[in-house]
Design a protein. Structure first.
Length: 412
C-alpha cells in the first residue's frame, strides 16, 4: 500500500455514531457497518490529528504548493497525482455577492476535488482501476484522474449523456457503459467485486459514497476563508449533499482550530421537482426518498438524500431551499451576463439566493447582512442540451448585418 506523509488523517469515523471509529485503511465504501441497518445507511468521515495542524495553515501556502496540495495536512493521503485542481476564482457579481466558480477546475467541475482524494485511495490500496456510476461530472472527472494515475476506469452512465461529458470520457480512455439508471449501482458493485476495481461512487440505498472523496470539498471552504474570511452564508447546489457536507466540515474545522470566529449558514439548493433533503429535514429523519418530476437540472436530480446533508444544514443553522427550472434559468442567464457560463444545476445556488426574499414571510427566513457566496459547480458545456443546436448561417451583406445588430440594440 502506498501512502504519503503530509496527511494528518488517522481514522474513519461514523457519522451515525461518532463514537464508532475504524482504521484509516481500507477506505469504507459502504458507509458505517455498525450503525447502518436495512432501512438506513450512515456515511463515515475521515478524522485527523488536529493537534498537529501546522501554524499558518490558512494563511501561508509555504512549501505545500497550490491547489489541494496546499491543504494536504487536513486531507486523506493524496496518493494520486493532481491536475492543478482547486484554487478556483471568487468573483464578485454584486455588492457582497460572490461566486465561487468551480467550472475552472481541470475537467470543468467541482468533482475534481473529490476525485483527487477518491482516486488517491485507489492508488494507495493498489487497485488496478476504478469504477463509477455517474450521469455527468463525476464520471468525467474520475476518468481524468484515473488516466493521470495510470489506472483503468469503467463508467456506468445514462443513455442521455451530454455530448461534452461523452467527449471527456472517451478522450481519457474510460470504458463507458450507458445502462438504465437502476442498473448502475448493482453493476458498480459487481465490477468492484469481480475485477478488484475501487468504487469511487455510491453503493448504498441512502447515499454514503466514498469515505475519502467528500474530504476534498473541504478545500472550497478553506479557499473562501483564506480569500474573503467567513461569509454570512454559502449557497450550494445540492444533489446527494457531498459538496454541502464538505463545505460545512471545512468551515467547522477552521472554527474548531481557532482560525475563524464562526461557521457560515449553509443553504442547500435542490430542484423543486424533487428535494429529498428538504423532505428529510421537514420530517426530522436522517434520510428519505421522494418522487422526482421533470427537471433539466440533471446533475442534482436525486431521489434520495444523504445524512451528510442533514448534518451540514442543521449544524450551520442553515436551510434547504427548492428552486424550479425557471429560477435556475434566470440565475444561469444572470451569471452569463457576468461572464460565467455554468450548467443549469450549477446555477441553483444563485437561484436559491435570489429566491430567498420571496420566502421571507412564509418561512421566516432571516435576512443576510454581510457577504454571501454562491458556489457554481460546473461549466455550461456540461448541460444535456448544449451542442444540440446553434445559430443559423447569417446573411453577410452589410444591410443584413446592420439590421441584426440594430435588432439587438446596437447602434440604435
Amino acid at each position: 500500500m502506498t501512502t504519503t506523509t503530509a496527511s494528518l488523517a488517522v481514522a474513519q469515523r461514523s457519522l451515525g455514531d461518532p463514537e464508532i471509529r475504524y482504521p484509516l485503511w481500507p477506505p469504507l465504501t459502504r458507509g458505517c457497518p455498525q450503525s447502518s441497518s436495512d432501512t438506513m445507511t450512515y456515511p463515515v468521515e475521515v478524522d485527523y490529528d488536529y493537534a498537529r495542524v501546522p501554524d499558518g495553515f490558512l494563511t501561508a501556502p509555504g512549501p505545500r504548493g497550490t491547489g489541494l496540495d496546499r491543504w494536504a495536512p487536513l486531507l486523506p493521503p493524496l496518493a494520486a497525482p493532481g491536475l492543478g485542481e482547486g484554487g478556483t476564482p471568487l468573483v464578485e457579481i454584486g455588492s457582497g455577492v460572490y461566486v465561487k466558480d468551480e467550472s475552472r477546475n481541470p475537467t470543468w467541475s467541482h468533482k475534481d476535488r473529490l476525485n483527487r482524494c477518491g482516486v488517491g485511495a485507489a492508488v494507495a490500496v493498489g487497485a488496478p482501476g476504478i469504477v463509477v456510476a455517474s450521469s455527468g461530472n463525476h464520471g468525467a472527472s474520475a476518468a481524468a484522474y484515473a488516466a493521470r494515475a495510470g489506472l483503468r476506469c469503467v463508467v456506468l452512465t445514462s443513455t442521455g449523456l451530454p455530448p461534452a461529458v461523452g467527449s471527456f470520457l472517451t478522450a481519457y480512455g474510460a470504458v463507458v457503459l450507458p445502462v438504465p439508471v437502476d442498473e448502475r449501482w448493482p453493476l458498480t458493485e459487481r465490477i468492484a467485486e469481480e475485477f478488484g476495481f475501487h468504487p469511487v461512487s455510491n453503493l448504498t440505498r441512502f447515499h454514503t459514497g466514498h469515505a475519502f472523496g467528500p474530504e476534498g470539498y473541504k478545500t472550497v471552504a478553506y479557499e473562501i476563508a483564506a480569500e474573503l474570511g467567513v461569509p454570512r452564508a454559502v449557497f450550494v447546489p445540492t444533489g446527494y449533499g457531498e459538496l454541502l457536507f464538505g463545505v460545512w466540515k471545512g468551515f467547522d474545522e477552521l472554527h474548531r482550530l481557532g482560525l475563524t470566529d464562526r461557521v457560515p449558514r449553509l443553504f442547500a439548493c435542490e430542484p423543486a421537482a424533487g428535494g429529498p433533503l428538504t423532505a428529510a429535514l421537514r420530517a426530522d429523519v436522517p434520510a428519505t426518498r421522494v418522487e422526482v418530476g421533470g427537471t433539466d437540472a440533471y446533475g442534482i436530480d436525486c431521489r434520495v438524500n444523504s445524512y451528510r446533508g442533514v448534518l451540514a444544514v442543521r449544524n450551520s443553522n442553515g436551510r434547504a431551499l427548492r428552486v424550479d427550472d425557471t429560477a435556475m434559468r434566470r440565475a444561469q442567464a444572470e451569471l452569463a451576463g457576468q461572464g460565467m457560463w455554468v450548467e443549469l444545476s450549477a446555477a441553483a445556488s444563485l437561484a436559491g439566493l435570489r429566491t430567498l426574499p420571496d420566502l421571507a414571510e412564509d418561512e421566516e427566513v432571516e435576512g443576510l447582512d454581510g457577504p454571501v457566496v454562491c458556489i457554481t459547480t460546473s461549466s455550461g458545456f456540461k448541460d444535456a442540451r448544449t451542442g444540440t443546436d446553434g445559430p443559423a448561417p447569417a446573411d453577410p451583406s452589410w444591410d443584413a448585418v446592420k439590421a441584426v445588430l440594430r435588432t439587438a440594440g446596437i447602434g440604435s
